[in-house]
Design a protein around this ligand. Structure first.
Ligand code: EPU
Length: 293
């Protein structure tokens, strides 16, 4: 694998993925690469495809459970400055896939641009938020998207207009690509109005979600016309735990890592929750988090 030497980005071997997930859970990635720029990324995609090396892209690991065994392949993170650029044109904002949502909100607020406030408190990156169509009960990121530039696993780039992307609830057709950047439609508003909205979203999250422990956000998708949190709560499962993985007392659709939880503990707890909800309500919960086994 001599081609590694031609990469300008950072390469680490046996990198613990627990360092790169908000759950603080996950075994090592055999090879962990932060490509320096687009050329690096293209080289990586070409070579891994040719040599059939499994490759995964990680954002800020905020909706992700990585197995305790780790990943026997390459994990890439678009965290170099090249992938974290933000530019404002009249009427829309261009943001790189590696921009964190908190940074996006900080920058757009400074520019008096409204639209991203509902993403407050979501610790993801722009790329992951697009792939997962991140959002809240009332808004999703798809509503802001003008277009998304992606690269496929053959190294071919294209810009997809919003009309040619299929966005679903916490899912999208972008999952078959590596997202490079997006242009979002935002509107000018007064800073006060923007800050007030941010405050409302932040207060709601703080009062309903357990953000003081490591977690991966909501574990299960909400079934149609219902809330997984409420269903799990009504099964009396708050405080249930396997090892250090606990059902949060504050929001039953959150599993928190109290200290040294393993992926196996979380998976056992998820199975247990699914079984109980199925028994009581005859509803099959589906994970919202991505699971890398
Ligand atoms: N509820 C309970 N017990 C609980 C938790 C919730 O009875 O333990 C009840 C609440 O009282 C409320 C209802 O369930 O009446 C809905 O709860 P909440 O407002 O907290 O919203 P949610 O449906 O649980 C969704 C998203 C969250 C997002 C919030 C706020 C999903 C799976 N969850 O949660 O997104 O932050 O709305 O907009 O779509 C995430 O995607 O990771 C996430 C946390």
């Amino acid at each position: 694998m001599n081609w590694f030497k031609n990469l300008k980005g950072k390469i680490r071997f046996n990198e613990p993925l627990s360092k790169h997930t908000t759950f603080k859970i996950g075994g090592p990635a055999k090879i962990f690469i932060e490509p320096y720029n687009l050329n690096d990324l293209k080289l990586l995609l070409r070579k891994t495809k040719k040599d059939k090396i499994p490759l995964k892209v990680i954002g800020s690991g905020s909706n992700l459970l990585v197995s305790d065994r780790g990943i026997d392949g390459i994990v890439i993170k678009l965290s170099s400055p090249y992938f974290r650029k933000i530019k404002f044109y009249s009427g829309f904002l261009e943001a790189g896939a590696g921009v964190s949502l908190p940074d996006l909100i900080k920058r757009t607020t400074a520019l008096n641009l409204s639209g991203c406030e509902f993403l407050t408190g979501i610790p993801g990156t722009v790329g992951a938020a697009l792939v997962m169509n991140a959002g809240t009960k009332d808004r999703e990121i798809k509503e802001l998207v003008k277009d998304v530039t992606v690269i496929d696993y053959n190294g071919k780039m294209r810009t997809l207009d919003e009309k040619n992307i299929k966005f679903d609830y916490r899912n999208s057709s972008l999952s078959k690509y590596v997202v490079l950047n997006t242009r979002l439609r935002l509107i000018k508003k007064s800073k006060n109005e923007i800050l007030n909205k941010i405050r409302l979203y932040r207060n709601y999250r703080n009062s309903t979600q357990d953000l003081s422990h490591h977690n991966a956000g909501c574990i299960f998708k909400n079934p149609l016309k219902s809330s997984s949190g409420r269903l799990i709560d009504e099964c009396g499962l708050k405080g249930e735990h396997f090892g250090d993985a606990w059902v949060s007392y504050k929001h039953a659709n959150f599993i928190i890592n109290k200290d040294k939880a393993r992926a196996a503990d979380v998976l056992k707890l998820m199975d247990y929750i699914k079984q109980k909800v199925k028994q009581k309500f005859n509803i099959a919960l589906e994970p919202e988090i991505k699971i890398w086994q």
